[in-house]
Design a protein around this ligand. Structure first.
Ligand code: HMN
Length: 294
């Protein structure tokens, strides 16, 4: 599990106007992440990949393309979770066969599952998929809040190796880190990288690393080498960028910037019901691109 540590981009996926996956664009984004952003790995099938808007076959297609393009150059984690446990297991086996380094699964959502139901979901996945599993906790989007006792029980399952922790609760993060030294904790909020690394997370997974990976690595390294002043300076600049992106539409803006960065003449569409970028948003995205990324 040691070698899963590091900085991962939550892979963004470009779609064609008809909603199908833009394979050429996707390959370019993967190359951009490896060659220019120098990331350690990709988190494929996360919220940033608009995964929860896709069908099973499309998810498989994206997992295949990512592995085929990245080969063994970087680590690959596949987010296979959803509330359909049979699909979760099928996808888990599929990506394990493809050679993914680990799987990750979001807490089951929509229905208000209790702690036992969430536990049994993970237990069943680990019993059926022969791969390491990283819990994906993102209460903001799922409404599923887990406490230290829930994590304690889950971390006892043999194949569970850590958690992708997308929450601003730093008290819980501190408690988790102190209690579970052997588990991998990945920070999920890019704008809170400084406090996360200060709490000794093992890595980070985020959407903005697709375009702001170099700066984010500098933040990570500066905190690690106890240069808090430098880390904060870069985080301040990074957060000017992130807040501008969030104000203008997260996925639309990041995909616009990627389209510019990889020189694609085809627009990187979002998947419906996600809205497409408007002319005004494009203009602002171009400003953000010029100011922070180019
Ligand atoms: C994923 O599942 O694709 C992402 O890793 C999720 C990731 O934690 C992002 N969270 C959300 O979008 C809610 C962050 O990278 C986030 O986009 C960024 O910190 C800006 O808020």
């Amino acid at each position: 599990r040691e070698d899963l540590k590091g900085l991962y981009s939550a892979l963004l996926v470009p779609f064609n106007e008809d909603g199908s996956v833009n394979e050429e664009g996707l390959r370019k984004i993967i190359r951009h992440n490896i060659d220019k952003m120098k990331i350690d790995g990709l988190y494929v099938g996360g919220s940033s990949g608009e995964n929860f808007l896709l069908g099973k076959e499309e998810k498989k297609q994206i997992f295949e393309i990512a592995k085929d393009e990245a080969k063994d150059q970087i680590k690959l984690i596949a987010q296979v979770g959803s509330s359909n446990i049979y699909e979760v297991i099928e996808l888990g086996k599929f990506v394990t066969e493809l050679g993914y380094d680990a799987i990750s699964a979001v807490t089951p959502f929509y229905y208000r599952f209790n702690a036992d139901e969430v536990y049994n979901y993970y237990k069943e996945i680990t019993e059926n998929v022969e791969n390491d599993l990283i819990i994906y906790s993102i209460p903001l989007l799922t409404g599923v809040d887990m406490g230290i006792k829930d994590f304690e029980r889950l971390f006892k399952l043999p194949r569970i190796v850590g958690v992708k922790y997308t929450s601003a609760d730093f008290y819980l993060l501190e408690r988790l880190r102190k209690a579970f030294k052997e588990q991998l904790i990945f920070s999920g909020f890019d704008e809170m990288l400084v406090p996360a690394v200060a709490n000794n997370v093992d890595g980070a997974i985020g959407s903005t690393y697709n375009v702001n990976g170099i700066r984010s690595r500098e933040i990570f390294d500066a905190v690690k080498s106890n240069d808090l002043q430098k880390a904060l300076e870069i985080q301040n600049l990074t957060n000017d960028f992130i807040s501008a992106v969030l104000n203008n539409g997260l996925y639309q803006t990041l995909k616009y910037i990627l389209q510019r960065e990889v020189n694609s003449d085809k627009q990187f569409y979002s998947r419906k019901p996600m809205a497409q970028i408007t002319e005004a948003q494009k203009e602002e995205a171009e400003n953000i691109y010029q100011k922070f990324i180019k």
